[in-house]
Design a protein around this ligand. Structure first.
Ligand SMILES: CC(C)(COP(=O)(O)OP(=O)(O)OC[C@H]1O[C@@H](n2cnc3c(N)ncnc32)[C@H](O)[C@@H]1OP(=O)(O)O)[C@@H](O)C(=O)NCCC(=O)NCCS
Length: 209
């Protein structure tokens, strides 16, 4: 295994109470416990988990998705409580220096500030380490909590994408939000301290040749 590979597998950003890091197979139990709650997965095309094997299968898919530059999902780990959710980048467009962020947290962590800190760490990763200029996010038109959560950390509502998300047999409209690098640089998330270890997987770095 090359030195660069080892470092990418060690990527972690640590803030005041949380760390976002590359997931491990032994996170399955904690992720299953959080995402077997239907409130957590209500707006997703998957879940709630019925068996821990589903969390294991998800975790087993991630290394190949990272290697292909498709999805960079990180575990959100609380300093005392361990894994509390997932946050990740998808739709990586290196030429345009943009990506889309999606997140879920266990229900006990809603309204605690964990979302804000996790998003601050991901913005640090996205804007400073990956070289992004734009981080977008989608949320269901009826998912008011998620819309408010995005607005409260500085994401701007841009409009509605029609029939964008397939949920079972339903086609759902979504609201698209974004945070641009300049707004992040002058906004509140930039002030959340973050220390970095490891390096991002190379295919996610917009500024890499
Ligand atoms: C989306 C998620 C990560 C947001 O994190 P959170 O900790 O719940 O968000 P916050 O508490 O920081 O912010 C929610 C905001 O919505 C408000 N809110 C909550 N319920 C609301 C409702 N029914 N109507 C209007 N506003 C509501 C809160 O008051 C808060 O606003 P404020 O910051 O101005 O006080 C979390 O709820 C989650 O993991 N949900 C399940 C997975 C999910 O749906 N992910 C998003 C898919 S698009």
């Amino acid at each position: 295994m090359s030195h660069a590979r080892v470092q990418a597998e060690d990527l972690a950003l640590t803030g005041p109470t949380l760390r976002v890091r590359i997931p491990r197979l032994d996170d399955a139990g904690a992720l299953f416990a959080q995402a077997s709650d239907a409130r957590v997965t209500r707006w997703f095309s998957w879940g709630p988990y019925q068996h821990e094997d589903e969390a294991t299968a998800y975790l087993q898919r991630l290394p190949a998705e990272r290697a292909r530059g498709v999805q960079l999902d990180l575990v959100v780990e609380h300093r005392q409580s361990g894994p509390i959710g997932i946050t990740g980048f998808s739709e990586i467009a290196r030429r345009d220096r943009r990506a889309t962020i999606g997140s879920w947290l266990g229900h006990d962590w809603w309204g605690t500030g964990a979302n804000r800190e996790a998003k601050a760490l991901m913005c640090h990763l996205g804007f400073l380490l990956l070289g992004l200029e734009r981080i977008g996010s989608y949320t269901g038109v009826e998912h008011v909590r998620s819309q408010r959560a995005l607005e409260s950390i500085g994401f701007e509502r841009e409009g509605v994408l029609r029939a964008f998300h397939r949920h079972g047999e339903q086609r759902l409209d979504v609201v698209v939000f974004s945070l641009l690098r300049a707004a992040w640089e002058s906004g509140p998330l930039r002030d959340v301290p973050a220390s970095v270890s490891g390096v991002p997987p190379p295919l996610f770095v917009s500024t890499a040749r």
